[in-house]
Design a protein around this ligand. Sequence first.
Ligand code: GLN
Length: 311
Amino acid sequence: MTCQENEQLEAIVEEAKHVITHGKVATYIPALQSADPNALAVAIYRPDGSCLAAGNIDIKFTLQSISKVLVLALALMDRGEETVFHKVGYEPTGDPFDSIIKLETISPSKPLNPMINAGALAVTHLICGNNEEEQFERLLTFVRKLSNNPQVTYCENVAHSEFETAYLNRALLFYMKQHGVITCDVEALMKLYTKQCAIEMTCRDLARIGLIFAMGGIDPDTGVQLIPTAINTICKTFMVTCGMYNASGEFAIRVGIPAKSGVSGGIMGAVPNKLGIGVYGPSLDTMGNSIGGLKMLELLSKEYALSIFRT
Ligand code: GLN
């Protein structure tokens, strides 16, 4: 990697600093409100194993909704497409990620896609394992492989904080239990989901996971297929259609990179055959996307012509 590339990345972080004052850190999960609203970081992994990074790159943050795409991959590997898409649909909602409304108005009563909370909860329910602990251990092992970091773990404080306050997610779960979308114990699933959302890592780890998605599910260091190609394609497609909540359409036009965002302020990007990207900036816009993260991805996409929709 060249000095010039590092300088360009630093310049992108500096430029994104101008917009973050317009946002707010998430507060509905109490433990997230202590994040530094001025923090910003970006890391980019290339298939040759080189990694560029700039900003506050040592800060660890929780995955929150970014975990949804990882859980989708694991559930598809565990159960197959037919079982997963029996429980959850394929379509964007245009509603906020935690909305309950379409669960009630669409028939049959199943979540529209796996990237909204209702859909993610239904998919988490499908991870194989005899109990919530085993399911979580399997997920963590998978995430450690994708990030190539055996140290990755979850933040108990954030998991506990969400578990204690997740009234809306519990409402989604009880609604889905009533309608047979989930069959397990609501509290056990809530525990598993809040732990999955609290898996913690740096931008570098996140960029490494993005690289696996970018490379068709193959670990470029070992050549091992960590995610089967067809499942990898499904995950990347959901990142395009639903990965940035109800701002996914605008993001596809402005940035054009398959990406998944979380309310902690992280965004994972996967540029097919080229790059994995991890960005962090806890100051969020009204949809729940990182303001600085969006800006950095937009600048990167323009600078390096990364949109997958370019001819
Ligand atoms: N844990 C969060 C929730 O369920 C994740 C939401 C998000 O990142 N958009 O509300």
